[in-house]
Design a protein around this ligand. Structure first.
Ligand code: CAA
Ligand code: NAD
Length: 282
């Protein structure tokens, strides 16, 4: 299957990055969100990133204009009617994703691939909201999308080989490295990463160390590019909490219990970098 036009649902930090890398690879993109304000915010992030590429002389101003021209902005889901593929990157909530997939199923062409960038939710369950589970797949990009090489690809129970191969080829076209994993809560990335972040939050909660000290230990002691609490702020504390809840519910094991401090911050609206406050202030 040839992917020439993609709709990206959700223009947040992941959706804007996903739209950018597709446009840079020569693919037409519809960048969609629930409000014009959200779409504009995502679009401005792309413009900023592309301007930096121009400054670094990796692309010319003409290239930038061509890339930007490939991106159409939308608050109308009906724009899915003439795309080859949808990549959903809305909030990490099964009801929101299932409802979106049920709607997309009635709008997108029968041949279209419906992919989700979910960090942890079951692909099989999202696929069950549609009448075409064989065309539903997990395409999990890493943050920041323009920089990170990995795309985790997750088949649902019914995903066809053709759809898998299409998404794998697309990931390579975006200069990413695809890795196939099975449909279990958190897949591989967040099964391993998020309990570490949650444990880092427990060390602060229990008074073992300050956030600065925890991050310094992990950066200098383990050579991580960012400490776990800086990374949590960067990912979004809401997303971290939703992922821990999926692991906790999915495996039924108390070792995945979200730290109460994480819940408290999310309740306070301290969602990390995107709201200006999390474990640190921005
Ligand atoms: N968007 C686009 N580009 C960005 C960026 C962003 N948000 N942040 C940094 N960059 C680019 C910079 O422009 C720079 O590019 P150039 O070399 O071309 O100028 C490059 O990345 C390196 O940036 P910096 O020199 O400013 O900073 P750095 O060396 O500390 O790298 C980083 C920044 C790549 C983000 C690095 O800190 C890092 O790798 N952090 C960990 C990221 C990580 O673990 N991501 C996975 C999160 S988990 C996930 O995504 C899955 C999930 O489901 C939650
Ligand atoms: P974000 O909060 O930055 O952006 C989410 C966007 O989705 C917002 O702009 C919001 O308005 C929009 N949205 C919410 N409901 C919508 C709907 N019904 N229709 C259209 N748009 C809707 O979140 P994010 O960090 O970009 O995460 C998005 C998805 O990507 C989540 O599923 C998350 O788990 C996953 N993910 C996140 C990361 C990360 O590091 N943040 C990494 C990989 C995957």
């Amino acid at each position: 299957m040839k992917i020439k036009k993609v709709m990206v649902i959700g223009a947040g930090q992941m959706g804007s990055g996903i739209a950018q890398v597709h446009a840079m690879a020569g693919i037409d993109v519809v960048l969609h969100d629930v409000s014009e304000e959200a779409v504009e915010r995502g679009f401005k992030t792309i413009l900023r990133n592309l301007s930096r590429q121009v400054e670094k002389e990796r692309i010319t101003t003409v290239d930038k204009a061509i890339i930007v021209n490939r991106i159409e902005r939308s608050v109308d889901l009906q724009k899915a009617k003439d795309v080859d593929m949808v990549i959903e990157a809305a909030v990490e909530n099964i009801e929101v994703k299932s409802s979106l997939f049920a709607k997309l199923d009635t709008i997108a062409p029968a041949s279209a691939v419906l992919a989700t960038n979910t960090s942890s939710l079951p692909i099989t369950e999202i696929a069950a909201a549609t009448t075409r589970p064989e065309q539903v797949i997990g395409m999990h990009f890493m943050n920041p999308v323009p920089v990170m090489k990995l795309v985790e690809i997750i088949r649902g129970l019914a995903t066809s080989d053709e759809v898998y191969e299409t998404v794998e080829a697309l990931a390579r076209k975006l200069s990413k490295t695809p890795v196939e994993v099975n449909d279990f809560p958190g897949f591989v990335t967040n099964r391993i990463l998020m309990p570490m972040i949650n444990e880092a939050i427990f060390t602060v909660y229990e008074g073992v160390a300050t956030p600065e000290a925890v991050d310094e230990v992990m950066k200098l002691g383990m050579n991580h590019p960012m400490g776990p609490l800086t990374l949590a702020d960067f990912i979004g504390l809401d997303t971290c909490l939703y992922i821990m809840e999926t692991l906790h519910k999915g495996f039924g094991d108390d070792k995945y219990r979200p730290c109460p401090l994480l819940r408290k911050y999310v309740k306070a609206g301290w969602l990390g970098k995107k709201t200006g406050r999390g474990f640190y202030q921005y």
